[in-house]
Design a protein around this ligand. Structure first.
Ligand SMILES: [Zn+2]
Length: 236
């Protein structure tokens, strides 16, 4: 587990290790929407909460839709927040979670303002500008200095896309434009997200490629697979 702290604001990024899921989902699959055993996912989420010394009932997950919508939450919920790809909270002790396997997990920390946020940015989320929308939500709630952690995601050499997709993303996020080593159209999602974090004071890039680093789940590499998580919270 990667961990990063700014004062009383904390980020953790899980890996595949340490869970009870088997087969394609081995081991620490944290997603309840990809076909894994619900009991295994529940146990994996309990283990994550335990590893982070957080009560398991203080998490908020999203029913992610690759869009640009952001929700402000004031408490934990058993059900994921539907239809959003960004979450913001000012409630200490509430852990916001984003589930990924190649898309970019973005965790935003504003300890001075008592705010944290999580966002899920694949190519559709980059095109829908979910990261700027999440930053704007933080600003509207009074955020000053924001620190961003850009988590592990697929690298451009592993992420060939159609020329049409690359053009659609480039129109919104020019920094996404890339090629594979073989010269095929590709996207650099982490660079796109960094470009969309204009005005954020500090950007910490966890520069692992999910498709190349076996510690992480990768949809492009494995197809049916689990999801790892980025989590962000404020001390109670
Ligand atoms: Zn790669």
């Amino acid at each position: 587990v990667y961990q990063f702290d700014v004062g009383r604001a904390h980020v953790a990024i899980s890996t595949r290790a340490g869970g009870v899921s088997v087969g394609s989902f081995a081991e620490l699959d944290l997603a309840d929407h990809v076909g894994d055993e619900p009991a295994a996912v529940a146990e994996n989420r309990r283990r994550l909460a335990g590893a982070l010394d957080l009560p398991g009932d203080r998490f908020v997950w999203m029913r992610q839709v690759h869009g640009g919508a952001v929700a402000v939450v004031t408490g934990a919920s058993a059900e994921p927040v539907a239809g959003v790809d960004g979450l913001v909270t000012g409630r200490p002790g509430v852990a916001l979670g984003v589930l990924v396997a190649d898309c970019v997990p973005v965790l935003l920390l504003c300890p001075d303002a008592g705010l944290v946020a999580a966002a899920h940015a694949g190519w559709r989320g980059v095109a829908a500008e979910v990261v700027p929308a999440t930053v704007a939500t933080l600003r509207a709630l009074g955020a000053g200095d924001i620190t961003a952690v850009v988590g592990p995601a697929i690298c451009p050499n592993c992420y060939e896309v159609s020329a049409e997709v690359r053009e659609a993303v480039r129109a919104v996020a020019p920094a996404a434009t890339a090629n594979t080593a073989a010269g095929r159209p590709a996207l650099d999602l982490r660079a796109a997200v960094r470009g969309q974090l204009a005005g954020v004071v500090e950007v910490v890039d966890v520069a692992s490629c999910t498709a190349e680093d076996a510690r992480y789940f990768s949809h492009r590499r494995d197809g049916v697979t689990g999801r790892f998580a980025g989590v962000v919270w404020l001390d109670r």
